[in-house]
Ligand binder design. Sequence first.
Ligand code: SAM
Length: 210
Amino acid sequence: MATVLRNWSYQYQWLYDGISQLAALAVGGERRFHYLPLQNLTICHETKILDLCCGSGQATRFLVEYSQNVTGLDASPLSLGRAKRNVPQAGYVEGLAEEMPLPDAQFDIVHTSVALHEMTPTVLRQIIKEVHRVLKPGGIFTLVDFHKPTNFLFWPGVAIFLWLFETETAWQLLEEDLVGLLEETGFKICEHRLYAGGSLQVIQVRKVEG
Ligand SMILES: C[S@@+](CC[C@H](N)C(=O)[O-])C[C@H]1O[C@@H](n2cnc3c(N)ncnc32)[C@H](O)[C@@H]1O
């Protein structure tokens, strides 16, 4: 699955960003899209935030508006190089989200934006465990990603998007009970909100203290 457009969108940042901006119109634009996972969170300048699978810093650049303590992690040296140029206010770590080269209990917030749909079900489970490990007790994991549309009118747009740009892992995510997985790993659900006819979900969970 996926077409040559997927490779091009990773190769040419202007294409990736253009498509993201277009898709974000479904929720009122890019700024609002990036604000959705941050809604209702208390963030100050000292809040330690990990932007997991930060790509070229598309969401990182919004996170640094809230905190001076943002770290981006990504497996792609090309994307990290771009992120460093685009958002020099953040620190960066190259590594796998399922095996983070980071110590335990470091972050107040782990944030991830449209990345979990890139993971196989096995890797997804490993990542959730790793997020739990690197969060401080009481810390928050907040994510925004695809969800199976609840409004059938949104199905054609989602199907075309996934066919053009994504692989089978995006389809697999639509079938995942992400909330259930997070609860099994020791998180307490704070929010699960759907947007754009249910095609987009925001989940906020807390690492249970003690
Ligand atoms: C669709 S992009 C999302 C980028 C950005 N977060 C955004 O909001 O646009 C997915 C990113 O996940 C990264 N990625 C994929 N698998 C990964 C893994 N196992 N560990 C770390 N990063 C990974 C890719 O390199 C890519 O930069």
